[in-house]
Design a protein around this ligand. Structure first.
Ligand SMILES: Cc1cc2nc3c(=O)[nH]c(=O)nc-3n(C[C@H](O)[C@H](O)[C@H](O)COP(=O)(O)OP(=O)(O)OC[C@H]3O[C@@H](n4cnc5c(N)ncnc54)[C@H](O)[C@@H]3O)c2cc1C
Length: 817
């Protein structure tokens, strides 16, 4: 129904009435924001939502995505009671098959996540699988992950129920009205131009599903989605189902790359083709026409048939059945398969709620946590993995297409730690790419950048897996080179900004927690906070001059921190922020002989007296201008050399040639992780996230209390006064063959007391190390805890000091060892 009058204004306008937009509307209303209007060009659910198969799996290994899914599984069975609208929830559970040992290990990881979140994931043998589903042939199946609490639901039913719930609370929905254009006004508010008139609002949300790119382009931006074709078939009635009351669980099976289940008394089979996957609307470069509603496509049955045949091998009783219905529809897909939930890069008060490829399962949680972010400035889960700004401006288009196909085709394939996938690589490379490749470099990717992960001395390839593997010793040798001699690393993937102007210092002091150095050349490590004091970013900032600061952030924070800087500028302030990430390359030269190498290539006095730890200077290296910063993430004597990209190769070559005398070695990010764990350095995105404050993260030494007001100051002080409910701990884990990777449960005397954030093996100290957030009573050093890794419990001792060089003398040294 098209509700009569179009209001002339609203606090928030949501564009798109699929499960994602409607869920956001409902959750905003539940939180008290009812002056919200949703506009849909057709009927609600007439995009991707209406034809979805409706499965809601809780089998998710990523803690934050699992929280998003879990909310749906909790909410959907209750929606009818909450809203009065009929919802058909089928709580039949699900079983995922493991065909390889590594998949069984992965199941244990998921089961651990289940313990943290509260969903059941039991690892069962083939006999138990057959007990739960007597029709299935378990040939080749090693184990099943039995998630008893999940199921499937009617997608239109839950969407209509959430719409009713939202309306009951006062939110509004207008259907059959297309948003034609969106303009930002001078005041910062938005004008939404629709077929039936204009609406003024403070915030806009792009929940346009397959049209998300078109809606983004109305405001001069873009969105990294590709619209993939996906097919399921429904058969005629299955005689055996007619005779049974129990519904068979949803089966998820890598062998046919398919899900299959009971749909009333029929069989429903959905295929994720592992090759030749297709996009929709290719004649229009993937763009749907505005008139498209409830649109279906012709599937390529030649491509689907081999997968369907495999399903028939699994359930032979389905072999002779004819097909009653074929549903081939469009799914929006992002490069990493996660939705885009959060602010649009470069814009104020323009939000994304799109890119959901499993949007029925993720719809409720997406709406809940995005609503929290919009209303309170933070969500209660770590949103870094769904923040739309995790993809740079380069991503929409070719890169996203290639990644989306790859992700779609791997829907039922385990992505093992260490596994590199080939699609859309080399999106951003430095002039060193081939030079390092010649030396055995194995690259990994961060925000499109290829960056060295490790160097293969003998052409061997990594055998990816959860346990220590065939390159363990090689990483140990890279660490040894840095700890004993000198190492060189291309870390150009840093996000880099020049912040200049008379008010540059005021800006940086106002938007971040630490004090900018009053001295030219001074370096500050500082954190950006939300109004509620949660950590939203981290930068290393060097004062290059009175009106010139050089700001460095992590690769994936490039767009996000640019917004933080740019949006922090007040009217009439004289500040310019320039993103120079592509203009500068970065070489990390670190190790006790770093000074010996560098001083042969520069006239600058590199002694402690002239060039102290945590200072930076513009110097000449091998005749080229370089911003040299005496800082690093590995805890050794060394410099980060920031070199104009065009000169990166000659500077690298000069360092490499000069370093031969000192037995210089290349190293990669695996070695960096090992060494930063030994130094107890925390990482943004894992230890430092929007869930926590500097108090919980143990970062108060970077909190400049005496400074002028800055964002998040009062909220942080309040937390400091009132106390915290969780606290970071540094753990020494008694494990020989695997390490903490993040998202694992932490126990004290058998009770769940916390969650790990990241970890790794310290090759120099031969310790397995990690970080976790735990109840404060378990945080004192010396507390004996245990962590669950791959289904086993390992003792984990809370330690206080870095296990390597606790006094930090090595990085500050004046001597060559
Ligand atoms: C065959 C198939 C099976 C699937 N099975 C499952 C499953 O089992 N489980 C699961 O979780 N997911 C499944 N999915 C995926 C799921 O359908 C999508 O992830 C989900 O529907 C996306 O919801 P959405 O709200 O983002 O997009 P949509 O439902 O497409 O909603 C977007 C809406 O925006 C409207 N719109 C766009 N532009 C404008 C404009 N300018 N003005 C006004 N309105 C506009 C559109 O008309 C549309 O209604 C399946 C998908 C397919 C194709």
């Amino acid at each position: 129904m098209s509700e009569a009058t179009l209001p002339s204004q609203a606090k928030v306008v949501i564009v798109g009435g699929g499960v994602m937009g409607v869920s956001l509307l409902y959750h905003l209303a539940l939180e008290g924001w009812t002056d919200v209007l949703l506009i849909e060009k057709g009927e609600l659910t007439s995009g991707s939502t209406w034809h979805a198969a409706g499965q809601c799996p809780s089998f998710i290994a990523d803690y934050n995505m699992a929280k998003i899914h879990d909310h749906g599984i909790q909410l959907y069975p209750k929606l009818e009671e909450l809203t009065g609208q009929y919802v058909s929830w089928h709580g039949c559970g699900g079983i995922r098959f493991a065909l390889k040992q590594s998949e069984v290990e992965w199941f244990h990881r998921v089961a651990s996540v289940g313990k943290l979140i509260g969903f059941d994931c039991e690892i069962i043998d083939p006999a138990k699988i057959r007990q739960l589903n007597p029709h299935v042939n378990t040939d080749g199946v090693l184990a099943g992950a039995w998630t008893v609490n999940d199921g499937h639901v009617d997608p239109a039913g839950i969407t209509q129920a959430m719409a009713k719930g939202a309306r009951n609370l006062g939110a509004k929905i207008i259907t059959h009205n297309r948003v034609i254009d969106i303009n930002q006004k001078k005041s910062g508010d938005w004008e939404i131009v629709t077929e039936r008139g204009n609406i003024q609002c403070n915030m806009v949300v792009n929940a346009a599903g397959c049209y998300a790119r078109q809606v983004s382009q109305m405001v001069g931006t873009d969105t990294p989605i590709t619209n993939m074709k996906h097919t399921y078939i429904v058969t005629e009635s299955v005689p055996e189902f007619m005779e049974q009351d129990d519904e068979m669980p949803v089966m998820r099976d890598p062998y046919p790359s398919a899900y299959y289940r009971q749909e009333q008394k029929s069989a429903l089979i959905g295929i994720y083709e592992t090759a030749n996957s297709e996009e929709c609307w290719t004649h229009r470069d993937g763009w749907p026409e505005w008139i498209s509603e409830n649109e279906l496509f012709n599937p390529d049955f030649d491509n689907l048939l081999p997968f369907i045949e495999r399903v028939m091998q699994r359930i032979p009783m389905w072999e002779e059945l004819s097909i009653k219905r074929v549903v081939c529809g469009a799914i929006p897909h992002t490069p990493d398969g996660n939705p885009c939930l959060g602010p649009a890069a470069g814009l104020r008060n323009f939000w994304h709620c799109n890119g959901a490829s499993i949007g029925i399962a993720a719809g409720a949680g997406s709406g809940k946590y995005l609503a929290q972010w919009m209303i309170y400035g933070d969500a209660e889960i770590n949103m870094a993995g769904v923040d739309p700004r995790r993809f740079g401006q380069f991503a929409p288009g070719t890169y996203t297409k290639a990644k989306s196909h790859q992700d779609y085709e791997h829907m039922y394939a385990l992505h093992l730690p260490g596994e590199e996938r080939p699609a859309a690589r080399k999106a951003r490379i430095t002039p060193l790419y081939d030079r390092l490749l010649e030396q055995g470099c194995v690259y990994t990717e961060a925000n499109g950048w290829e960056r060295p992960k490790w160097f293969s001395p003998d052409g061997r390839k990594e055998e990816p897996g959860f346990q220590h593997n065939n390159i363990f010793q090689i990483i140990a040798e890279e660490c040894e080179a840095v700890r004993q001699r000198v190492g060189l690393l291309d870390l150009s993937s840093f996000a880099k900004y020049d912040v200049t102007g008379k008010d540059a210092r005021h800006l940086l002091n106002r938007i971040s927690a630490n004090r900018m150095s009053p001295r030219t050349g001074g370096i500050s490590l500082t954190h950006y906070l939300s109004e509620s004091g949660r950590i939203s970013g981290e930068s290393t900032i060097t004062r290059l001059g009175d009106e010139h600061y050089y700001v460095l952030s992590g690769a994936v924070a490039e767009d996000r921190d640019f917004d933080t800087l740019q949006h922090g500028i007040l009217e009439n302030e004289d500040v310019q922020v320039q993103n120079i990430s592509d203009d500068y390359g970065v070489l990390v030269l670190a190790g006790p002989r770093a000074r010996d190498v560098l001083e042969k290539l520069t006239d600058t006095d590199l002694s402690n007296q002239n060039f102290r730890w945590l200072t930076g200077k513009e110097i000449s290296v091998a005749g080229f201008p370089v911003r040299a910063l005496r800082v690093n993430y590995v805890g050794e004597l060394g410099w980060e050399l920031h070199v104009p990209m065009d000169n990166l190769l000659p500077v690298y070559d000069a360092l490499w040639a000069t370093g031969q005398e000192f037995d210089i070695a290349n190293f990669g990010t695996y070695a960096v992780n090992s060494m930063r764990m030994e130094k107890g350095y925390k990482g943004w995105g894992s230890e430092l996230s929007n869930e926590i404050t500097m108090v919980e993260a143990g970062l108060m030494r970077f909190f400049a209390d005496g400074k002028q007001d800055f964002t998040g100051k009062d909220a942080t002080l309040k937390v400091l006064n009132e106390g915290v409910s969780q606290q970071i701990v540094y753990l020494d884990v008694n494990s020989k063959d695997c390490d903490i990777s993040g998202g694992e449960p932490v126990f004290a005397e058998g009770s769940l007391v916390g969650i790990t954030t990241s970890g790794g093996y310290g090759h120099t100290t031969r310790k397995s190390l990690g970080f976790a957030y735990v109840d404060p009573e378990y945080a004192p050093p010396g507390t004996q805890l245990s962590v669950e890794l791959l289904g086993k419990q390992y003792d984990a001792l809370v330690i206080s000091d870095p296990v390597w060089d606790p006094q930090a003398t090595r990085s500050r040294t004046d001597a060559t060892e």
